[in-house]
Design a protein around this ligand. Structure first.
Ligand code: FRU
Length: 484
């Protein structure tokens, strides 16, 4: 594995000429995705600033241009008219001020009638590498130009460690107040969420307090990427607790999950029913971001990083890594989040193949109706079983195992994930792309998202069980063009 010096990781990108050759090289990779957002070069992590404005869905991703390494972070912009087809727009927020000299870290967007406002963390470090996080602001005008405010909105609170970041902007109509919530770490190293508030648009923010989440005072040492989404008649608190072991999550220590309840903005209390649920039961999903304004109070659209902190992937050697998940529709049923593929993904369907097909297309969807036990091998080759999916009706358990793929990675986190379902398995929609798989169980009851890196021989399919359904080859929906 390549060793990066600090200078290499934090090198400032001066011109597109510095990365165009890298882009030309990586687009030849067999693992470039057909319908998932992926970095033009280097590393992609969190989705940021997801918002709808004037007919377009705007979305950014955390981007380090140089290779598969976390270093100087930019926001890179992609755009879509339908949430399915995406185009590369170019570099969004650049870390070009002293207050963000070591990275424009994650954040969110707010749209007004005139334009978009982007709130992000300026990751400042001094010459002794001491970090000071600032909450910063950029205005994106309708001509696409970005205008960074010359001063941050506010600096860090002295009562928490240097880990204070990932602003989520919320306008609370009832009390006509703007809130910015940040992920934070208490001085005794517990994950926290802190709030700032202001009555004036983009000015006069003051520290409002710490979010009270009863029972979760000792739940990981840092909470990244917090947000509160109002869906139907509930609030959903989404966050990423770090350095925490959870049941059925193998050796994973970084999670993305949610609590359902009611947010009281006056007392800064999240009243909930006590059950933290992970958003995704697969291996690679983190830092989910919901679109700020989809215009339907009963739904939200969520997209996440299909990757994890402290993990490595086979394309690291090709100097690129990471992609985003499919955007998903979120609704609430029985106080649980239901995640479904957006309807528009059906438009990508091309020719259909029978279930008896021996070879899967690189990008495809399997739509399967199941009765009883199931034993499936996907991306199978002559000498490897590929990715296996098993369902045992007696215990209602579904198990995904990627240990039989030729290319194995992040083995230490565990290579299989099991989930007990609330009802019998009856429906699977499986979306395969060049280097990923997303398995939607029972119309949204559970979801397993994972990177996989099949070799050229690993495209076989074996299904054992009582299964009916269809396989669709899927069209391309992301352009792999170089836009700076
Ligand atoms: C989550 C995260 C955020 C941070 C960003 C930096 O993956 O660590 O907390 O803002 O990535 O790229």
């Amino acid at each position: 594995m390549k060793q990066w010096t600090k200078e290499e990781r934090y090198r400032v990108l001066q011109s597109p000429d510095e990365i165009i050759d890298l882009h030309r090289q990586i687009v030849k990779s067999p693992y470039r995705q057909h319908y998932h957002i992926q970095p033009i070069t280097g590393l992609l992590n969190d989705p940021n600033g997801f918002v709808y404005h004037n007919g377009y869905w705007h979305l950014f991703y955390q981007w380090c241009p140089w290779g598969a390494v976390h270093g100087l972070k930019y926001w890179y912009e992609v755009q879509s008219e339908d949430l399915i087809h995406w185009i590369n727009m170019g570099v969004g927020i650049k870390p070009d001020h002293d207050f963000d000299n070591k990275g424009a870290y994650s954040g969110s967007a707010l749209v007004t009638e005139q334009s978009i406002y982007l709130y992000y963390t300026g990751n400042h470090r001094d010459e002794n590498w001491q970090r000071t996080p600032y909450t910063c602001l950029v205005n994106m005008r309708d001509d696409g130009s970005l205008h960074k405010y010359s001063k941050p909105l506010f600096g860090p609170s002295p009562n928490y460690t240097e880990h204070q970041r990932d602003p989520k902007i919320i306008y609370h109509k009832e009390n006509e107040t703007y809130y910015i919530m940040l992920g934070a770490q208490s001085r005794d190293h517990h994950g926290r969420i802190i709030f700032y508030k202001s009555k004036t648009f983009n000015k006069d923010y003051e520290f409002a307090g710490e979010l009270k989440v009863e029972g979760y005072e000792d739940f990981g040492d840092m909470w990244e990427c917090p947000s509160i989404e109002h869906i139907g008649d509930v609030d959903v608190l989404i966050f990423c607790p770090q350095h925490l072991k959870l049941k059925d999550r193998g050796n994973s220590i970084h999670h993305n999950g949610y609590l359902i309840g009611h947010m009281d903005y006056e007392t800064l209390t999240f009243h909930h029913d006590g059950s933290f649920h992970v958003l995704d039961f697969g291996f690679d999903s983190y830092a989910a971001e919901c679109c700020a304004n989809i215009g339907d109070d009963n739904k939200a659209v969520l997209i996440a990083w299909m990757g994890l902190p402290d993990a490595s992937y086979p394309t690291d050697d090709e100097d690129w890594s990471g992609c985003l998940t499919m955007p998903r529709e979120l609704t609430i049923q029985n106080r649980r989040l239901i995640q479904k593929p957006l309807k528009g993904f059906e438009d990508l369907r091309q020719e259909t193949l029978p279930l008896a097909t021996k070879t899967l297309p690189t990008a495809c969807e399997l739509d399967l109706h199941i009765t009883g036990a199931l034993d499936m091998q996907l991306c199978k080759s002559d000498d490897h079983d590929g990715l296996t999916i098993r369902y045992e009706p007696v215990h209602r358990t579904i198990t995904i195992d990627r240990s039989h793929m030729h290319k194995r990675f992040n083995i230490e986190q565990g290579e299989s994930r099991m989930r007990q379902l609330h009802q019998d398995l009856n429906h699977l929609r499986i979306f395969i792309d060049a280097s990923s798989i997303e398995i939607y169980v029972n119309d949204g009851e559970a979801l397993f998202t994972s990177r996989i890196f099949p070799t050229k021989d690993e495209h076989g399919l074996v299904i054992k069980g009582q299964v009916e359904g269809q396989i669709y080859a899927l069209d391309r929906a992301v352009k792999d063009n170089f836009q700076f």
